[in-house]
Design a protein around this ligand. Structure first.
Ligand SMILES: *[C@@H]1O[C@H](CO)[C@@H](O)[C@H](O)[C@H]1NC(C)=O
Ligand SMILES: *[C@@H]1O[C@H](CO)[C@@H](O)[C@H](O)[C@H]1NC(C)=O
Ligand SMILES: *[C@@H]1O[C@H](CO)[C@@H](O)[C@H](O)[C@H]1NC(C)=O
Ligand SMILES: *[C@@H]1O[C@H](CO)[C@@H](O)[C@H](O)[C@H]1NC(C)=O
Ligand SMILES: *[C@@H]1O[C@H](CO)[C@@H](O)[C@H](O)[C@H]1NC(C)=O
Ligand SMILES: *[C@@H]1O[C@H](CO)[C@@H](O)[C@H](O)[C@H]1NC(C)=O
Ligand SMILES: *[C@@H]1O[C@H](CO)[C@@H](O)[C@H](O)[C@H]1NC(C)=O
Length: 256
């Protein structure tokens, strides 16, 4: 016997998928402009009037300050608005900038949660949102951005446990989650991040680490140094003082 309601459901589902794919297909530079205007609309502080005057519909979006476009696809490929004393929250429409490769919002006063819609931006290679006031958890969906090479979330107010999904980022070279309110164990999956060269974890509330001062200073140390960090062979030691350097080298010896 044919189950009509499940056929109908299937039909509606495929219709939904068709409409959804059509919507993706028709994204263009107008979508990007709309997304950036939505982004601008949630900016509550712009003391130097940088975006308020410049990001205007009377000029082409690719000429807006901090915005560059990819000539081949004619879509926005980077948004770099560091150090402009901008404040406000981040619009989920950011997730519509589907050709974005570089996102640099560092050294501003952006706050609230970082939108999980970022998971749609599969081309992203660089995210820097350091030195802002973001709060809440680090979005788990960051682990879906498989092309990421640089992820800088330091000096914010992120809390909770860092998501295990971060370990999916096999191309990541630099991970900085220092100076937040993160706690719990350091994700074991970090041992799978074979491209990692820099790891900044200091000034958080991580547990399970004892004596490492280098990247890990000022945490709630009370156990053994996690074995998984020892497997990160390419990890380089940043220039801090000599004693800390020694500790770093010693601890980060690869164990085969
Ligand atoms: C973008 O697509 C919309 C339809 O989805 C269209 O109206 C608009 O003119 C297009 N913009 C450009 C710049 O091609
Ligand atoms: C916006 O800023 C860019 C870069 O500084 C400049 O080239 C452009 O002319 C400005 N546009 C307007 C409308 O002010
Ligand atoms: C862009 O993103 C927002 C929020 O994620 C959504 O509501 C909107 O429909 C999206 N699409 C376009 C074409 O702006
Ligand atoms: C972000 O922009 C600032 C200011 O231009 C720059 O110093 C910093 O290196 C950039 N971050 C990344 C990860 O490119
Ligand atoms: C971080 O969060 C704490 C507690 O919620 C709050 O007191 C503090 O002002 C926040 N700091 C920043 C920089 O947002
Ligand atoms: C590392 O990746 C492998 C292969 O995907 C997986 O089986 C393993 O569980 C991962 N290890 C950790 C600690 O996540
Ligand atoms: C360690 O962190 C705590 C709380 O974040 C802070 O009060 C203290 O001054 C820090 N200690 C050092 C040596 O920076």
């Amino acid at each position: 016997m044919v189950n009509l309601s499940s056929c109908l459901l299937l039909f509606l589902l495929s219709l939904h998928c068709f409409v959804a794919s059509l919507a993706t297909y028709t994204k263009n530079i107008t979508t990007d402009q709309y997304a950036l205007l939505a982004f601008k609309s949630l900016i509550t502080s712009d003391p130097y009037d940088i975006l308020s005057n410049n990001w205007s519909t009377t000029s082409y979006v690719c000429s807006w300050v901090g915005v560059t476009c990819d000539e081949r696809h004619n879509r926005v490929n980077s948004l770099k608005i560091s150090n402009m004393r901008l404040g406000g929250t981040i619009s989920p429409n950011l997730g519509n900038l589907s050709f974005l490769v570089i996102l640099n919002l560092s050294h501003n006063s952006f706050s609230g949660q970082f939108p999980k819609e970022i998971y749609r931006l599969h081309r992203l290679k660089v995210i820097s949102i350091s030195f802002n006031e973001f709060e809440g958890g680090i979005p788990e969906v960051l682990g879906d951005l498989s092309r990421l090479q640089i992820l800088k979330l330091g000096a914010n107010n992120f809390s909770g446990f860092p998501p295990q999904s971060i370990g999916n980022l096999r191309q990541l070279k630099s991970l900085d989650i220092s100076q937040n309110m993160l706690s719990g164990p350091i994700p074991q999956t970090i041992s799978n991040m074979s491209s990692l060269e820099y790891l900044g974890l200091q000034y958080n509330y991580f547990s399970g680490i004892r004596f490492v001062k280098l990247y890990l200073k000022n945490n709630s140390f009370n156990g053994q140094f996690p074995k998984e960090l020892c497997r990160l062979r390419r990890l380089k030691v940043p220039h801090i003082n000599y004693n800390e350097f020694e500790v770093g080298i010693h601890v980060l010896q690869p164990q085969i």
